[in-house]
Design a protein around this ligand. Structure first.
Ligand code: THU
Length: 133
């Protein structure tokens, strides 16, 4: 995808915006809309640890409140040897808000990356269809 390099760069840049007070584990994310607008996110932690929010959800929620509804891809960057995968909670939220065709770009500490479809990261998932009577 022509925008992958820029999206990866924005996710790496977003790591510096994190507030990982307790874990010191910096994560950055960048999501791109169908109109090629990019929104960044980073993890923000709470002293009540479970209230922490991940970088991916910060990015998509920021885009949503700006009125965005259609997304092509999200990049997630960490200072990790391996490509950083989104947690289970973020996979569910991305599935609900971005759809199962979303491309998820996993980025390691060297900026190397690989792309997976959300449907492959979260197979056989729950979703709004199950809520319909
Ligand atoms: N974290 C993310 O922001 N995204 C992920 O995909 C994995 C985990 C954050 C949450 C917490 O602030 C820290 O990393 C350690 O779990």
């Amino acid at each position: 995808m022509y925008y992958t390099k820029e999206l990866v760069q924005k996710a790496i840049e977003a790591k510096s915006k994190a507030l990982p007070t307790y874990s010191n584990f910096h994560v950055g994310a960048a999501i791109i809309t169908e109109q090629d607008k990019i929104y960044q996110g980073a993890n923000i932690e709470s002293s009540s640890y479970s209230l922490t929010i991940c970088a991916e959800r910060t990015a998509v929620f920021t885009a949503i409140v700006e009125g965005e509804r259609k997304f092509k891809s999200i990049a997630v960057a960490g200072d990790t040897d391996d490509y950083l995968p989104p947690c289970g909670a973020c996979r569910q939220v991305l599935s609900d808000l971005c759809g199962r065709e979303l491309d998820v770009i996993l980025v390691n500490k060297n900026g190397e990356n690989k792309t997976l479809k959300l449907k492959d990261l979260l197979p056989y998932s729950f979703g709004e269809d199950f809520l319909k009577k």
